[in-house]
Each structure stands twice: as structure tokens, then as C-alpha cells.
Design a protein around this ligand. Sequence first.
Ligand SMILES: NC(=O)c1ccc[n+]([C@@H]2O[C@H](COP(=O)([O-])OP(=O)(O)OC[C@H]3O[C@@H](n4cnc5c(N)ncnc54)[C@H](OP(=O)(O)O)[C@@H]3O)[C@@H](O)[C@H]2O)c1
Length: 224
Amino acid sequence: MKTILIAGANRGIGREFVRQLATSDWTVHATARDARGLEALSGTCEAVHRLDITDDDSIASLAAELKGVAFDAVFANAGISGDVTLPIEAIDYDEMFRVFNTNTFGPLRLIAALKANLMAGEKRLALGMSSLMSSISSNDWGTQHCYRASKTALNATWRSLSQEWRPDGISCVLLRPGFVKTDMTNNQGMDVETSVAGMISVIETLGLADSGRVIGYDGKDVAW
Ligand SMILES: NC(=O)c1ccc[n+]([C@@H]2O[C@H](COP(=O)([O-])OP(=O)(O)OC[C@H]3O[C@@H](n4cnc5c(N)ncnc54)[C@H](OP(=O)(O)O)[C@@H]3O)[C@@H](O)[C@H]2O)c1
């Protein structure tokens, strides 16, 4: 059995990962940030942990709780969109920080804290959740300043991490789910089942040669 930790798993795409992996050869650890989220995950997987990805103490508690547990993959899926409608003149920089703190700093905090767990695993996959909105070259319609920038920055840092951790045999890969029907999109887009099934197929093939890539649920690379 392979073991994965999925952060931000109580609803949306993360929750669907837990559901689909429950009948696979993956053992799943899932996180949620409050009692309601933990309750939603109760009984669905091997273990459930409390985690607010923006909170250093919460990250430290998780790392202490998981000391000695080997993970083949750690997936920083948790994310927020913030207010994607704001024009630049109206952007509140506290809000911009909140989006970056969740989407960019959070995954870095998590993956750094759990590096020893990945080193103890076999597949050594450090997975981040990107988006087509991260792509600068595909951005020909604007909008979503905070969200786009937070995911572009995530890509940049994950790419650096891919170089830094290559000697350790850790593959640092970003996934793109497509436009998916969840709370984040007001339930518009493709079915979450299709997106997650695609991403699981991608994850099954990943190795060190893929480190530094941004890969879609359809197996295609996302342009930088
Ligand atoms: N849906 C799409 O079309 C789409 C497209 C591209 C990329 N993505 C990315 O996919 C990921 C999942 O999105 P989704 O559509 O499933 O969104 P969602 O339904 O809104 O779920 C977001 C998840 O992240 C968790 N989360 C948010 N802030 C957190 C924090 N500070 N600490 C820990 N967990 C936190 C939420 O927990 P709570 O319930 O506690 O809030 C929830 O479990 C995100 O990174 C998103 O940017 C989504």
C-alpha cells in the first residue's frame, strides 16, 4: 500500500480524492481545519488530522502528530479564490495577503514541515494544487488578480523546490484540476469525479523525471 496525505479534504476536490482513493491501493490521511470539517471526514479514511495551512502552530502540531509516519505523497490541495471580481483599484491588500497565505505560503509551510515523512516514503511525491489561472502566457482575459498571482507564485516556488529536492529523490509536481464544479466555482464546470479520476491517473505515473512540471487532469502540461 502507498500512503498519501491530502490537505483540505473535507469538501470539493480534496473530498473527492478521499472518496476515490478509498477503493484503491492508497492509504489516505486527510486534513480539515475545524470540527465541522473533521466530522465530514470521520470514518472515510485511515486518519483525519486538524490543519489550518495558514497557521504555523497548526503546521507544527501536524508535523509532531505525524512524526515517523512515511508518506509516498503529500498533496497541498487546500486553497481559496478570494474575491475574483475586484478590479485592481479596489483590491484590499489584506485580502491579497490572505489569498497568498493560503495558496502560496501554506503549501510551502506544509511541504517543508513534512519533508522527513516524504523521505521515509518510497514514491516521494510533493504535490501542489495549481490552476490554469497560474499561467501567464494563457492569460488573455485578465481578472482574478490575487488568485492568479498566488498560483503563479506557487508554481515558481514549487519549480525551485523541484531543483532543491531533486538530490533527495523527491519529485515536486503541480496539478491542474480543470474548471470543476465545487463551492469555489459556485458549482459551475466539469464534474469533480472526472477531474479527480484524471488527476489520480496522472499521480500514478509520476516519477522524478516529472519534477518541476505543472500537469493537468488530462495529462497535458500547463504553459508557464
Ligand atoms: N474548482 C476549480 O475549478 C479549481 C480550478 C483550479 C484550481 N483549483 C484548486 O483546487 C483546490 C481545491 O479547490 P476546490 O474547488 O475543491 O475548493 P473548495 O470546494 O472551496 O474547497 C477548498 C478546501 O480547502 C480548504 N481550505 C481553505 N482554506 C484552508 C486553510 N487555511 N487551511 C486548511 N484548509 C483550507 C477548505 O476547508 P474549509 O471547508 O475549512 O474552508 C476546503 O476543504 C484549491 O487549491 C483551488 O485553488 C480549483
